[in-house]
Write a protein that binds this ligand. Structure first.
Ligand SMILES: Cc1cc2nc3c(=O)[nH]c(=O)nc-3n(C[C@H](O)[C@H](O)[C@H](O)COP(=O)(O)O)c2cc1C
Length: 378
């Protein structure tokens, strides 16, 4: 009933309007419903996954379902009180930057309906870490709902240089650590649509960035959000740097920059700017995920992200080695019922009782000995 309602009535209506406006209105509505018990009850009755059998513990954090809202949707941290009732086990807020930024010039989002993709050119629009941390400090969520924060470099000319960029990331992390906001941190090294470009998706620069961030002492799991366009050899060199610094895992991955991978390339004229979400992400990101699991075994937590438009797409990510999945586009193209369908598929295929993944604790302890945090005696 709900899938039919969304597919036949709501989606055709919503798709007539500008995607960013629809997004903003959804966030306003979601925030309002999340604040009031009757709103949460209503959403839960429609979209909640009421059972425990899809819950999973990863790096010590308990997720009610293994489905997390990917970075970019709740970029100002306004939805954490409603997402637990929509089948999500967590949210990655952001990407958050040290300074507030307006993002790129509009249009910042375009739907490619036949290709089931969104052209994303947001340019990290967000209110900045101080405002977002202050907001998240007031949000109450269930114990088995995880609120992580994605960290990126402010999209401003003043921090486009490498040294300034590194300090800008560090400033955000330090503020989150000081205010104890964020159950986990993800370092977004792969946002293509910003001043200074995707410059930390390169081994030497990534080493300098992670070297600086590893001097910030904290006890939260940390992940890196990976690009999906490099070939395996280039990708692997980045993974090796991530491993060197003992991060807990990888989100694989970010938007697809290859417009040739669209099912209907005629939908995107050459004037379009930005990365592609949705369907074009599925193949490349799942392949990199599978190869990473194959090559690195259980040394990393792996988070599958990109083009999950059906429960089968999610199951494919888990079979390829994902501990969790992140998604946005599936909720838009398939509908808000998708998360409970994925949770049910996960429970049927892998669940039945809460699962525990703790892959990288040992690695992290070993590596911390080699890269002691600032102020430590080692
Ligand atoms: C509107 C929009 C904004 C996004 N902004 C960010 C961002 O700020 N940081 C980030 O790491 N990823 C961002 N992404 C990428 C998503 O987190 C995800 O990697 C990508 O959309 C693939 O997943 P999907 O196919 O389920 O949408 C954004 C995606 C969309 C659709």
């Amino acid at each position: 009933m709900l899938p039919l309602l969304y597919g036949r009535a709501l989606k055709p209506l919503l798709f007539r309007f500008d995607p960013e406006k629809v997004h903003d209105q959804f966030v306003d509505l979601g925030e309002t419903l999340g604040r009031i018990p009757v709103g949460r009850a209503l959403i839960s009755a429609m979209y909640g996954y009421p059972r425990e059998d899809a819950s999973v513990t990863v790096d010590g954090l308990r997720y009610r379902t293994p489905i997390v809202m990917a970075a970019g949707f709740d970029y100002n941290g306004r939805l954490a009180s409603v997402l637990p009732w929509m089948g999500f086990g967590g949210v990655e807020v952001g990407s958050v930057t040290a300074l507030p930024t307006e993002g790129n010039a509009p249009p910042r989002m375009r739907r490619l309906i036949r290709s089931r993709a969104i052209v994303v050119n947001k340019g990290l629009k967000n209110e900045g870490v101080e405002a977002i941390a202050e907001r998240l400090a007031t949000v109450r969520t269930p114990d088995d709902f995880v609120v992580g924060v994605s960290i990126a470099r402010s999209n401003l000319e003043s921090v486009a240089g490498e040294a300034e960029g590194v300090e800008d990331y560090a400033r955000t992390l330090e503020h989150l650590v000081e205010t104890r906001i964020g159950d986990f941190y993800t370092i977004n090294i792969s946002c293509p649509n910003v001043h200074g470009g995707e410059s930390f998706a390169e081994p030497a620069r990534l080493r300098r960035l992670l070297g600086r961030l590893s001097r910030v002492e904290h006890d939260r799991p940390m992940y890196a959000k990976m690009p999906i366009n490099p070939g395996w050899d280039e990708f692997r060199r980045l993974v090796d740097v991530v491993e060197e610094f003992g991060l807990h895992g990888l989100v694989i991955g970010n938007l697809n920059k290859d417009y040739g991978s669209l099912e209907h390339p005629d939908e995107a004229p050459p004037s379009y700017r930005g990365g592609l979400s949705g369907r074009p992400c599925h193949g490349p990101s799942t392949e990199l995920l599978a190869r990473t699991r194959e090559s690195y075994g259980d040394r990393f937590t792996l988070i599958g992200c990109g083009g999950i438009l059906s429960p089968d797409d999610a199951v494919e990510k888990f079979q390829a080695g994902a501990d969790l999945v992140h998604l946005i586009s599936g909720m838009i193209f398939t509908g808000p019922h998708l998360m409970k369908q994925i949770a049910a598929a996960y429970a049927a295929e892998f669940g039945g009782e809460s699962r525990e993944h703790r892959r990288s604790g040992q690695l992290r302890e070993q590596v911390q000995g080699q890269h002691p945090p600032a102020g430590s005696s080692g």
